[in-house]
Design a protein around this ligand. Structure first.
Ligand SMILES: Cc1cc2nc3c(=O)[nH]c(=O)nc-3n(C[C@H](O)[C@H](O)[C@H](O)COP(=O)(O)O)c2cc1C
Length: 172
């Protein structure tokens, strides 16, 4: 079985949850290490045959640390089997939920020279009750403009877990 490293760049924990589901789906076929991007900084990537990275979007951007990590480890990552997935809520829209149609996949590919062997995008969560006043206001405004849900008492999960499973199977 090959050694697989699954790395997540997550603020509210949803990308971590997706990364953890992916790890569960492939754990019978690979030796998995699941780690945050911060923890991955101190790991040697030499010991892995496969690297999977997932990252979420906040106010239109991935974290700067994501691109620093990829740049620093570019050779190690691109010489192995590798995959990237993005998590954002634009992907809740059917016309924006594939690697070819999601604007944040395009943004990712523009920002790095890494060309992942496998790419996917998953719709994330809008969890109004947990947001501070500013974020709740902003997300609600964006949702209103893009015809999404605006009930601030509710958590909305848009993730298609079957798609996460299908992506996982493609990694085995
Ligand atoms: C403050 C904030 C800003 C966000 N900005 C965007 C955005 O610009 N575009 C988008 O598609 N999703 C946006 N999202 C949705 C997140 O990508 C989504 O909540 C995702 O599930 C977060 O994953 P994480 O918990 O791993 O950080 C935003 C969410 C928050 C809380």
């Amino acid at each position: 079985m090959r050694n697989t490293l699954v790395i997540y760049s997550s603020i509210d924990g949803h990308t971590q949850k997706i990364a953890s589901k992916i790890s569960e789906h492939i754990k019978n076929d690979a030796n998995i290490d699941l780690t945050s991007l911060a923890e991955a900084q101190s790991l040697s990537l030499k010991n892995y045959q496969q690297i999977i990275i997932g990252a979420s979007i906040r106010y239109g951007n991935y974290r700067k640390e994501l691109f620093k990590f990829i740049e620093k480890n570019f050779d190690e990552i691109s010489n192995k089997d590798n995959a990237f997935f993005s998590v954002n809520v634009v992907a809740r829209k059917p016309e924006k939920n594939t690697p070819d149609t999601n604007p944040y996949i395009a943004k990712f590919l523009k920002a790095t020279k890494w060309k992942p062997n496998k790419l996917d995008v998953f719709a994330g969560v809008v969890d109004y009750p947990t947001y501070n006043f500013f974020d709740r206001f902003m997300i609600r405004l964006i949702m209103w403009i893009t015809k999404g849900p605006t009930d601030v008492k509710t958590r909305f999960e848009f993730t298609d877990w079957k798609r996460v499973e299908d992506f996982s199977k493609s990694l085995i």
